[in-house]
Design a protein around this ligand. Structure first.
Ligand SMILES: *Cc1c(COP(=O)(O)O)cnc(C)c1O
Length: 479
């Protein structure tokens, strides 16, 4: 075998072109062989097929057809979030344009730990993260120390005014989990090692896990019988601080948004720091119609966003917006080979303090391409579309005598169950559809009962598809 071709360099594109044809053909072939949202047969059958295709993982002599075979195998054995009956999780179908940009990121392979590995990518990251942080915190009033929520004026662009040094910023992360960890770390560095996490029982599990990881005191978990964090209950449990209150804008189970302005008021009165986990709901910011649901967000010291959920990015595309960039000083670190003092003084940007990772992919490229290709209007249309579809689906469920609706959707999650059956039947129908590869629905226990969860993230899903989903559930529920 001759020396394999490289993806970058003058010959990179020509080496990639035929391989991309192979990949695209294999994707088509695999999806065709699957024929539905999920491979049929369940874990044993999928595992047997993978073992069969892979064979010897590291053969003595290489196989030039490995790309085609493995890609086709993976496509056949994938849950396809672009299939209209694949709606279990916050697992979005990525936009083609974002995925194409991610290919360029792989080919160029910039590494975001020093300027000399990522000259343009580092500037792009700085531009885009500041701009997204402004979406979260609004345009700062001149000279004000604290940012208040305000919609940016129409047509305002980030190049009109250079960001002031105290402007909000955002870090790029691998997703909501890393963003929440960083939020707790920044709180610990700002308030000391005794800072205690206070969050609702509706909060994402990565928050208490981050408290454990960072060696913080055991968190206070406030019960959330109504599904959202009750500000009065929060007010009652906040003992002597220091505290980090974590509210959620878009719960994973039900897509509910905690009452942010009231929670922010409690935090202000009790001198607690506020973090908002908006991994799901954060991109409602792009929609004029849905943005008011996030009122109060700008009171948070830190905000988790996750564009690989309601942002149609391939994994990974997380962000942590930080209101006061001085908080980021806690992450400063010197490693002579990456950010020597004399290099930094000579003007080479210091990237090491923007993550706890060292080598990092330029995930900002696909995000930047998406924002600019779709614009605010295009993104808002996607957000509005999936939220509308969820509302219409909830109507369909509510008006069907064979189903129960848990509640009206706030974002794009609909919880429902077949009527007049027990939890066992609800669990069984979900598994039956999964194993048969016919539909992918999630599950959530709320109010002591098990619900089927449809998380609608596919802007191409029509109401007909969802009516077909109901028929499938109806026809497969054990009675
Ligand atoms: C998905 C989710 C997370 C975790 O995000 P990952 O990208 O999976 O790490 C955190 N919080 C909420 C509310 C989520 O829905």
């Amino acid at each position: 075998m001759s020396t394999p071709s490289l993806a970058s360099g003058p010959e990179g594109p020509d080496a990639l072109r035929p391989l991309l044809d192979t990949v695209l053909d294999a994707l088509t072939e695999g999806a065709g062989a699957r024929g539905g949202p999920l491979p049929a047969g369940g874990p044993d059958e999928v595992a047997a097929r993978v073992r069969d295709v892979v064979g010897d993982v590291l053969p003595e002599e290489g196989d030039p057809d490995a790309l085609r075979h493995l890609v086709a195998m993976l496509a056949e054995g994938s849950a396809d979030p672009a299939h209209t009956l694949c709606a279990a999780h916050l697992h979005c179908p990525p936009l083609a344009v974002a995925t194409a940009a991610d290919l360029a990121a792989s080919a160029l392979n910039p590494s975001m730990d020093s300027w000399d590995q990522a000259p343009a990518a580092s500037e792009l990251e700085s531009l885009v993260t500041r701009s997204l942080a402004r979406e979260v915190y609004g345009i700062p009033p001149r000279g004000a120390g604290l940012y208040r929520y305000a919609a940016p004026p129409r047509g305002a662009t980030s190049h009109e005014a250079p960001a002031p040094a105290n402007a909000p910023d955002a870090l790029v992360t691998t997703g909501g989990t890393e963003s929440n960890q960083l939020a707790l770390l920044l709180a610990r560095e700002a308030l000391g090692p005794d800072v205690q996490l206070v969050c609702g029982a509706n909060a994402h599990h990565s928050l208490p896990r981050a408290a454990w990881l960072l060696g913080l005191p055991a968190p206070v978990i406030v019960p959330t019988p109504t599904g959202t964090l009750d500000p009065a209950a929060l007010d009652d449990v906040l003992p002597a601080g220091p505290h980090l209150v974590a509210a959620t804008a878009g719960t994973t189970d039900a897509g509910l948004i905690d009452p942010l302005p009231e929670i922010a008021a409690v935090c202000e009165r009790q001198h607690a720091r506020l973090h908002v986990d908006a991994a799901y709901g954060g991109t409602l910011l792009f929609s004029a119609r849905h943005r008011p649901k996030l009122t109060g967000l700008s009171a948070a010291a830190t905000v988790t966003l996750d564009l690989h959920k309601l942002g149609w990015q391939p994994v990974a595309a997380g962000l942590l917006a930080v209101r006061d960039p001085a908080d980021l000083a806690a992450l400063r670190y010197r490693a002579d080979y990456l950010n020597a003092d004399d290099d930094t003084e000579a003007g080479l940007p210091d990237l090491l303090g923007r993550s706890l990772r060292t080598t990092r992919r330029p995930d900002i490229l696909k995000i930047a391409v998406t924002l600019k290709t779709l614009g605010r209007t295009g993104l808002a249309a996607l957000v509005d579309q999936v939220c509308d579809r969820a509302r219409e689906f909830a109507d369909l469920v509510q008006n069907h005598p064979g189903f129960e609706l848990h509640d009206r959707p706030v974002i794009s999650t609909v919880l429902f169950r077949p009527a007049r059956v027990g939890d066992d039947a609800v669990a069984a129908v979900r598994r039956r559809l999964l194993v048969d590869g016919r539909a992918v629905l999630g599950r959530a226990t709320l109010g002591g009962r098990l619900w089927l969860k449809a998380t609608l993230l596919n802007p191409h899903t029509r109401l007909d598809d969802l009516a077909a989903l109901m028929k499938l559930v109806e026809g497969n529920t054990p009675r």
